[in-house]
Ligand binder design. Sequence first.
Ligand code: PLP
Length: 384
Amino acid sequence: MKMDTKLIHGGIFGDEHTGAVSVPIYQVSTYKQDGVGNHKGFEYSRTGNPTRHALEVLIADLENGVRGFAFSSGMAAISTIVSLFSQGDHLVVGDDIYGGTYRVLSKVFSRLGIESTFVDTSVLSNVEAAIRPNTKAIYMETPSNPLLKVTDIKGLAIIAKKHNLLSIVDNTFLTPYWQNPLDLGADIVLHSATKYLGGHSDLVAGLVAVKNEELGEQLHFVQNSIGAVLGPQDSWLLIRGLKTLGLRMKAHEANAVQLAKWLSNHEQVSKVYYPGLVTHTGHEMASIQARGYGGIISFDVGSEERADQILSKTKYFTLAESLGAVESLISVPARMTHASIPAERRAELGITDGLIRISVGVEDVEDLIQDLAQAMEVTAGSNV
Ligand SMILES: *Cc1c(COP(=O)(O)O)cnc(C)c1O
């Protein structure tokens, strides 16, 4: 089955009891047993719920995994995955990852004795050099957030296998529509489904898929033990959002390609980060391992003041955290999504005060270009 068909017919189609073409919302916590332990596959909704199950089978299908999992947020998914590890274990992690992931690893799991070393995973030798005798996994995001650095997933998976480590990929930015990390050798793929997979800024969720049954069993044990599962209403909404993922991803990307080119030629912009630009350092690798470049662009306008002027003037780009929805969003990572990363660390990484990140929506691209053009006009008397 091709990807666009899988989005509609993958997982569990409709309801076998009634013929309904949409999976019903099973708003239920517990299930009748005909005798102790004699049930129809569901006992208690933390352990399993039919609506959530339909979503979990679908994400497994879309990522070419054997088992899927749905969580109450992307962070709940990440925290559950990290809970596979034990006190004394060590992880090698990308240094340009989502701020919340950095926070939970450096401020929460570090207290429980799970240590992380943050390295630029786009340079494979950095990863190999950071591996210790107690290292258990490599965790990466590609393209990364907010600088869109591209990591060679296959290369890292080979290093992971060699050292007997799990490789974990946050695939939020490209989604299974454009990139399938499990096919490239990764063991676990995860998503903040709050972003493109939901796609409409109306829910918070996390999804995971794994490549092997045994790992799937272990993850289900931790998912059920911790209990940060997605409810049936949100599971249904996410299945609905996923049906249009292909249509949306193509529209996001077509708009982003045009905007990235336009920004590259703008005299007020010192740097544009977008993997679809041939000038981007990760362009070649992105072209090899993914089928698309996504809809996120970061660009540098030189200063916090200048960034603030632009943010205050856009009409269609809404100032907000998050990304991946039908409406275009604009943010300044240094003071928003990445504020939890210490200032000196941000400077080291290149997340400057003048860095703007846009999540390109599916509006008409001419309106989007015009909106940014008017917001970036330098007004008379301005000193920046
Ligand atoms: C938003 C995001 C997360 C966290 O997901 P939530 O759904 O907000 O908990 C993790 N990784 C990436 C890349 C994200 O953009």
